[in-house]
Design a protein around this ligand. Sequence first.
Ligand code: NAD
Ligand code: DAU
Length: 334
Amino acid sequence: MDAMLVTGGAGFIGSNFVRYALNRYPDTQVVVLDALTYAGNLSNLDDSKDSDRLRFIQGDIRDRSQVDEAMRGVEAVVNFAAESHVDRSILDPSSFIETNYNGVNVLLEAARRLEVKRFLQVSTDEVYGHVPAGLSAEGDPLAPRNPYAASKAAAELLAQSYYITYGLPVLITRGGNTVGPYQYPEKVLPLFITNALEYKPLPVYGDGSAVRSYLYVEDHCSAIDRVLRNGQPGSAYNVGTNCEVSGRDLADRVLEILDRPANLREFVPDRSGHDLRYALDCGRVQSLGWRPAFDFDTMLKGTVQWYVDHQPWWQEIRNEDSYRSYYRKQYHER
Ligand code: NAD
Ligand code: DAU
C-alpha cells in the first residue's frame, strides 16, 4: 500500500495506529486528517512528526473540500474520526450525529468518487447494545442504546449501503473498550489513574457491577491493520478480548497498583441507560490470523506506568477549561 488516509489520526487510537503503520510499513505514506477537537492532540504524534512519510492536515471530515484534498491519491482510508465519549453524547448528542454520521457520509462520497481501494470504518461493540449473556456475533442485530452507539451504528449501515449500492470496498471493525497510551483522561481507566495520582476520588457509576472486556490499543491497531489488508469487503469484524472486569474491581486494582487508599473509590449516580455488559465472539477476525498479545494484567500495569511517566501530557489536558467544565457537569452537577 503506497498511501493511506487516517482520519482522526491525532486522537487516542488513531495516533497509535499512525505510529503502528509508519513503523510496520517503511514504504507507506500516511496522511492524517484531524479537526483537533478537544480530544485531538498533535503532541500524540510527536514521535512521528519528523517522518517525511507523514503529512498532517488540520481539517474536518464534514468538509468536502478538505476531505477531497486529503483523500486524493490514497489507496486506503481508515476512519477513526468521531466524537467518542458516551457520557458526552448523553449530555448533548448533536455533535455525535454531525461527525459520526454526516462526516462519514462525506468520507464515503469522496471515497466513491476517488475510487479508493479499501475503506475501513472503525466501529464499536456498542452497536450490539447491552448483552446480558453470551457473545455477540457479527450477524446479530444492531441494537444501540445511547446516542454515541446509535450514531456509530447508523454510520456502519450507511457504509454498508455504499458497498452494496456502489461496490465501494468497505470494511468494518467493531472494537471493544480500548486502553493504553495517549487516551484522553475522561475515559474510565485514564480518569481513574490520573485521579488516583492526584489523590482524588475515583467515581464508579452505580453499584460498579457493569463490566467491560478491555483491549490494549496496540492489539486494536494490529486487528484494524489485519482487516484492512485481509478482510472481506462488505464484512464486519468483532475485535476484542473476553476478560470481563467490573468498574468496582477496576478502581480497586488502580488504587492497589498506585498504592493509594482504598477509600478513594466512590460510588456516584449511574450513567443513564448504562450498558452493563458487552461480549464479543472474535472468531471471524481470528480466522484472519489475529490474536490479542496483551492480557488484562499486562495492559493495566503498562497503562498505569505510561500515565506515571507522562504527567505533563495529562496535566496539561486536565488543566484546560474545557476539561474542568466537562468534569464539573458530569461529576458535580449531574
Ligand atoms: P478520540 O476521541 O480519542 O479521537 C477522535 C479523534 O477524531 C480526535 O483526534 C478528534 O480531533 C478527531 N475528530 C473528531 N471530530 C472530527 C471531525 N469532525 N473531523 C475530523 N476529525 C475529527 O477517540 P478514540 O477513542 O481514539 O476512538 C477512535 C475511533 O475508534 C472512534 O471512531 C471510536 O468510535 C472508535 N472506537 C473507540 C474505542 C475506544 O475504546 N476508545 C473502541 C472501539 C471503537
Ligand atoms: O466498548 C467500546 C467503547 O468503549 C467505545 O466505542 C467508546 O468510544 C469508548 O469510550 C468506550 O465506551 P465505554 O462507555 O465502555 O467507556 P467508558 O470509559 O466511558 O466507561 C467504561 C465503563 O466504566 C462503563 O461501564 C462506565 C464506567 N465508568 C465510566 C466513567 C467515565 C465509571 O464507572 N466511571 C466513570 O467515571
